[in-house]
Design a protein around this ligand. Structure first.
Ligand code: F6R
Length: 610
């Protein structure tokens, strides 16, 4: 959590830092700060609140300097206060540090530094880094002082460091927190993600763990922690800066919901060939291995975990492979039983989620093959996986995941087709139907978006309710969980997702005239009739029924107060369509309540701490 950006240039950098932070705010927004060096003087401005709120007080754009750092904070150590906001400094106020991550041995280092006479003014773990560098600086080059400090630090970090006495150099380092270096024209950058610097450069170096970067305006050199220079690949990013803008939408979340037809079309592009699914070379898993696997374990958190549950359903139903879906945070601390015929899949939008990264590392200890389904090229999880399938959602800025989720479902569906074909669990006709089904999804999503007016009406009627239930079955049970999560995280209304038939084992006690109950009930041969029964049970108790149903359904509108229609598709694909009205419902309710759905309280986009 927390976002960092840094620039060394031959002209003023305040606007670049400001715009960078505006794009990084999804990573943390409880406080924000910047530091600059001009004429050998270090200037720092920071405060509690979101970027625009603090900017009103301190006018970041008034600050001048050709080298600077910016930081937006999601607090871990120390409350949300002015003193705890970054950048942090050493005793002499000649070193400025911004940090994303957690220094695990900070208490021990702090005690050591206090004994040496260092004075601390914040409760953060980050401040020890500035003092530790100061402690090592006496008679050393700045690079050596940073290196010595890094060798003593345990934990995760992406760091940006400035020295008032070396105003032409920006130093950065990374261990288990994301950090990229951007190569510009007479200027170079560091940032927590690519979109925050994309309007200035698309030439990117991904830093690895235990690497340090030394940037001047003309040069970017990367070293290991022993000071040995490394030669690194410079990637050219294809996303354009426009993709990271709101493009006329009120919020990123709404824009990203509306982008889903395009995002799914991009995710399918080039991967459906006649009756085959083809992935790119990064996929990296051989057909013989895929034929031999006996089990799949999926690791993920949050919304990506819900995608995993939907994937489990697809893989078992169609490719006939036993699949288990694990919360990454739980998996990493228990002794899972994995053998070489198990494929482990990590699903992650960011590729940087600390729990998923740690769980994947844990899985790798068993010698299993790993695959990641990820949206961010070059992210940490993709680099440690044997194979990668990229979702091509484009940058997802809204904290609540939307287009990343549906593109994850699309990739899981493609992967299921590939396995079903290799393992002969479906015949050619069934494969053709599945491929036809997904080809239609982008257009069908467009028609779901056309239901937005009806969804807005529901939001206007029920935004002031305190609770709600989301019920679904089979492939749409994870969608019930996802709908409830979306509502909770952006509107702060309590919501629970349940398998529809479980309702009678407890949650039914909650139903009364104040309780909206959202049924995800597309038509299918398995459970549709049972869900109709569940709808009756809620109706009999006065619950307010909002149903997601298949176009042409005559039964549900008779029972539900509101029916949102999705087009007819294959049962396994219905989840991609049925989640969209739930995303819109959560968005409109949050907006009606006056919350900014792009920056929900207490949340951050990529959770890079455990
Ligand atoms: C919810 C949401 C989170 C993420 C979770 C995992 O809308 O976005 O629940 O899904 O933090 O993040 P990734 O997918 O980046 O690993």
């Amino acid at each position: 959590m927390c976002g960092i950006v840094g620039v060394v240039s031959d002209n003023n950098v305040s606007e670049k830092l400001f715009n960078g932070l505006a794009n990084l705010e999804y990573r943390g927004y409880d406080s924000v700060g910047m530091s600059f060096i001009k004429n050998g003087r270090l200037t720092i401005r920071k405060g509690v609140g979101k970027l625009q709120e603090v900017h009103k007080k301190v006018d970041f754009l008034k600050l001048k300097g050709s080298i600077g750092l910016g930081h937006c904070r999601w607090s871990t150590h120390g409350g949300v206060t002015q003193n705890n906001a970054h950048p942090h400094v050493d005793c002499k106020k000649r070193i400025s540090v911004v940090h994303n991550g957690i220094i695990e041995n900070y208490s021990e280092l702090k005690r050591f530094l206090i004994k040496k006479g260092h004075k601390f003014y914040s409760q953060t773990d980050t401040e020890v880094i500035a003092h530790l560098i100061e402690e090592n600086l006496e008679g050393s080059k700045i690079e050596d002082a940073v290196r010595s400090a890094l060798k003593k630090i345990e934990g995760s970090y992406a760091l940006g460091i400035l020295f008032a006495d070396n105003p032409g150099k920006l130093i950065a380092a990374r261990n288990e927190s994301p950090l990229v270096v951007g190569i510009g024209n007479n200027e170079n950058f560091i940032a927590s993600d690519v979109p925050s610097i994309l309007r200035h450069t698309n030439k990117i170096i991904y830093l690895e763990d235990m690497e340090m970067a030394v940037l001047t305006k003309n040069e970017a050199k990367i070293f290991d922690f022993d000071g040995k220079e490394k030669s690194k690949q410079v990637d050219t990013i294809k996303w354009n800066a426009e993709a990271a803008q709101k493009s006329g939408f009120k919020h990123f979340m709404l824009k990203e919901i509306y982008e889903q037809p395009r995002a799914i079309a991009d995710t399918l592009n080039g991967r459906l060939e006649n009756n085959h699914v083809v992935f790119e070379k990064e996929f990296g898993l051989s057909n013989s291995f895929l034929k031999s696997i006996k089990r799949i374990v999926i690791l993920a958190c949050g919304t990506s975990w819900h995608a995993g549950l939907t994937g489990e359903f697809m893989l078992e139903e169609l490719a006939k492979i036993p699949a288990d879906v694990e919360y990454a945070s739980e998996f990493r601390y228990r002794h899972a039983l994995l053998d070489k015929q198990t494929l482990v899949i990590a699903i992650t939008q960011s590729g940087e989620t600390a729990d998923t990264l740690a769980a994947l590392k844990e899985a790798k200890k068993y010698g299993v093959k790993t695959l990641s389904i990820c949206n961010v090229m070059g992210s940490s999880i993709t680099r440690i996986s044997d194979g990668v399938i990229y979702t091509r959602a484009g940058p997802e800025i809204g904290v609540a995941s939307t287009k990343a989720f549906t593109t994850q479902l699309a990739v899981l569906y493609l992967f299921t087709i590939l396995l079903a074909k290799l393992r002969d669990t479906l015949n050619e006709m069934q494969i053709r139907d599945m491929m036809e089904g997904i080809r239609k999804i982008p257009l069908q999503l467009q028609s779901v978006l056309d239901e937005d007016k009806e969804i807005l009406k529901c939001a206007e009627l029920y935004y002031n309710k305190q609770n709600s239930l989301y019920l679904g079955r089979g492939v749409n049970f994870p969608i019930a969980l996802e709908g409830a999560l979306k509502l909770k995280e952006v509107s702060y209304i309590h919501a629970e997702g349940y398998p529809a038939a479980e309702m009678k084992h407890g949650p039914i006690a909650l139903i009364d005239r104040q309780m909206p109950v959202v049924f995800i009930a597309p038509h299918d041969f398995y459970t549709y009739k049972k869900v109709l029964g569940n709808i009756e049970e809620v109706k009999a108790r006065g619950g307010i029924i909002i149903a997601i149903a298949t176009e042409g359904d005559k039964e549900i509108p008779k029972k539900a107060k509101h029916t949102i229609f999705i087009p007819k598709t294959l049962y396994t694909l219905s989840s991609i369509l049925s989640v969209v009205p739930l995303q819109l419902l959560a968005y409109h309710i949050a907006d009606k309540l006056g919350h900014n759905p792009d920056l929900p309280k207490n949340l951050a986009k990529s959770v890079t701490v455990e």
